[in-house]
Ligand binder design. Structure first.
Ligand code: ZN
Length: 426
């Protein structure tokens, strides 16, 4: 299977950050990596791969090098979360003959593309089992069970000029017809699905859940010559997946680390986000002492991988005319001298030399001077650790839509570049 076929399969499996981490864990295990509870006190075998997860939604995977970590560790960072609609704690609403789900907007979702889609539900449930123990489990309904119908144009003649979306009122999905007077209980629906997935769980009671909606239309290659990939969550599961492939191909000589954090889309300030202690705790654990810890951080380099805005053919004036990345023209170095991206001159120079050596084209992005700039986990990780960081990513259109568009040749370019980075080609 080509890297793109495998990416499409991964994107289809990884319907939530929980499922993304599970899908990565499965592939890492198949690649010989050993799952740990944590890293403290573990005797690591040089050359071997390991990983551990936090909150089931963030993951650190690494290959312990034969050289000591203060000889230079190469890090790849990405994020597992994507904007979505998440189900509220008391979600059921019965109105005008239908049952609807109340939802919150997670992150900076582009809301218009959520209308008229065949939506399903996935996430993690926490429950108490028949013996009174607290348990958790990932669930995915894997079938279209909800939709947010558009308002007909006949009822809003201004729809094409000025329709805006009120997130509290306009985007409640319809779940089923309100057939009986019996109240629908969302937790019971989840319990039924869980018993269907895992018949052995028996008598359970759902206490809490983190469930979100996703589009059931599978990821696909698109375009007359299949030049593009259309999928949800390309931002940033494409980077997680390619980063993982690079790590699987990393040599045993040096330390290579992949960290994929949850909660980037809401600012990274959480227990398992990039601003939390996961990475600094990991660095402390692999350093023999404080001096080595500091030396490790000054010797290390990180590539923060997150998608970049390709120039949109219909909206090309949204880009600086000299900095409009094209799809399928290679990974993009993202630069912002105001530190919304972490890329330093030394880091960018290293990547440019690497790109020459592995024969991968490289593009540059800076935002228009009169527009605000987005950000990534790059500046946060750099501030927390002091590690020289480069922000890099494949060009994408429609970022934060329920269906984003990337080039079908860019994942292979990114993989070649990141594998070369971990293997010290430059
Ligand atoms: Zn992103």
């Amino acid at each position: 299977m080509s890297v793109v076929d495998e990416l499409l399969q991964f994107l289809a499996e990884a319907t939530t950050p929980f499922h993304a981490v599970a899908a990565m864990a499965g592939r890492l295990t198949a690649g010989g990596f050993v799952e740990l509870e944590g890293i403290d006190g573990v005797i690591l075998e040089p050359g071997k791969g390991y990983f551990y997860t936090r909150n089931d939604s963030s993951i650190i995977a690494f290959r312990a090098g034969q050289a000591s970590p203060d000889q230079g560790v190469r890090f790849i960072g990405a994020h597992t979360d994507s904007p979505n609609l998440s189900v509220k704690p008391n979600p059921i609403k019965v109105v005008h003959g239908v049952v609807q789900l109340a939802v919150d907007v997670y992150g900076g979702a582009l809301l218009n593309p959520w209308f008229d889609r065949d939506l399903s539900l996935a996430g993690r449930v926490n429950f108490v089992d028949a013996e009174g123990n607290l348990q958790k489990q990932l669930i995915d309904f894997k079938k279209p069970l909800a939709t947010i119908p558009s308002l007909a144009i006949h009822l809003d003649r201004e729809a094409n000029n000025s329709r805006s979306v009120n997130p509290q009122r306009d985007i409640l999905p319809v779940l089923l017809e309100a057939r009986t007077e019996d109240a629908v209980d969302f937790r019971s629906l989840l319990a039924r699905q869980l018993r269907k997935q895992l018949p052995w769980v028996g008598d359970i009671r759902i206490l809490d859940y983190e469930m979100s909606l996703y589009d059931t239309q599978p990821p696909s290659l698109i375009g007359l010559d299949e030049d593009f990939i259309a999928s949800a969550r390309l931002d940033n599961l494409l980077s997680c997946f390619i980063g993982m492939r690079a790590l699987l191909a990393a040599s045993a000589a040096h330390w290579s680390v992949l960290i994929c954090n949850d909660h980037e889309e809401v600012g990274s300030a959480s227990a398992v986000g990039a601003q939390g202690p996961m990475l600094t705790d990991f660095i402390s654990a692999i350093s023999a002492n404080n001096v080595e810890n500091r030396r490790l951080r000054t010797q290390a380099v990180m590539v923060s991988v997150d998608n970049a805005h390709a120039v949109h053919p219909n909206f090309s004036d949204k880009h600086d005319e000299n900095h409009g990345p094209l799809l399928n023209a290679g990974p993009v170095i993202k630069i912002n001298r105001n530190q919304r991206y972490a890329t330093s001159g030394t880091g960018a120079a290293l990547l440019r030399l690497l790109a020459e050596r592995v024969d991968v084209p490289i593009q540059n992005f800076v935002v228009r001077t009169d527009l605000g700039c987005g950000s990534t986990i790059g500046p946060i990780t750099a501030s927390e650790t002091g590690i020289d960081t480069i922000d890099l990513g494949v060009p994408t259109l429609g970022m934060h839509s329920i269906r984003e568009l990337a080039g079908s040749r860019d994942p292979a370019y990114l993989e070649t570049l990141l594998t070369g980075f971990l293997n010290r080609i430059a």
